[in-house]
Write a protein that binds this ligand. Structure first.
Ligand SMILES: C[S@@+](CC[C@H](N)C(=O)[O-])C[C@H]1O[C@@H](n2cnc3c(N)ncnc32)[C@H](O)[C@@H]1O
Length: 185
């Protein structure tokens, strides 16, 4: 797993280390992510690694309840300011920690490849156990290898996509990122 201190250092150096708020690449990727949601509305969504809440703001109108978490406390201040809606809760929490109860939307965007293989296996198990019968899982990942990542996005996604519990509903692949939507098999 990527050292949590790495993310603390990133946020100490910048309010938005990945330029989620001002990079057209990220804005388009977030727009594509919500455009690929098969349903208009979800009862209860979970978005770990929410950072400063850019994607959260797009998911919030699609969910009756949305749980958004990040391993680092600092970006959650900006996320809460950006998405003050009462049906959205923010908490500092690190994967593989997982909320109790049934979910019908899980969005794992640019976070899986930071986890070790053992932690990714725990996350996959949580998804399998918590996703309701009509639920959807959204995976979005940078595809290239980089120093801080435990694996590539393609490798991380393959582990979940191949789980017999799921069927693939959407596959969108570009040179830099892969977007996958899964449903219950
Ligand atoms: C590259 S940003 C992605 C932000 C957002 N999900 C998106 O796609 O725009 C990765 C975020 O995941 C958080 N993160 C890293 N490891 C995590 C973990 N184990 N659990 C929860 N969040 C984590 C980081 O602090 C950072 O805010």
């Amino acid at each position: 797993m990527t050292d949590p201190a790495y993310f603390e250092r990133m946020y100490a150096a910048s309010d938005d280390p990945w330029h989620l708020d001002d990079n057209p690449y990220e804005q388009r990727k977030h727009a594509l992510t919500v455009a690929c949601l098969p349903r208009e509305r979800y009862r209860r969504g979970f978005e770990p690694g929410c950072s400063i809440g850019l994607l959260t703001a797009l998911l919030a109108p699609r969910c009756d309840e949305l749980v958004a978490t990040d391993a680092v406390a600092e970006p959650l201040v900006a996320a809460r300011r950006r998405v003050p809606d009462e049906h959205v809760s923010f908490a500092q929490s690190a994967l593989p920690d997982w909320p109790a109860g049934e979910l019908d939307l899980v969005v794992l965007s640019e976070v899986l490849y930071f986890l070790s293989a053992a932690l990714r296996a725990q996350v996959r198990q949580h998804v399998v156990e918590s996703l309701g019968p009509h639920g959807h899982v959204v995976l979005v990942d940078w595809r290239h290898r980089f120093d801080e990542a435990a694996c590539t996005g393609d490798e991380a996604q393959a582990e979940i996509v191949e789980a017999p519990a799921f069927v693939r509903l959407v596959t969108h692949v570009e040179h830099d990122f892969r977007l996958t939507v899964l449903g219950r098999a």
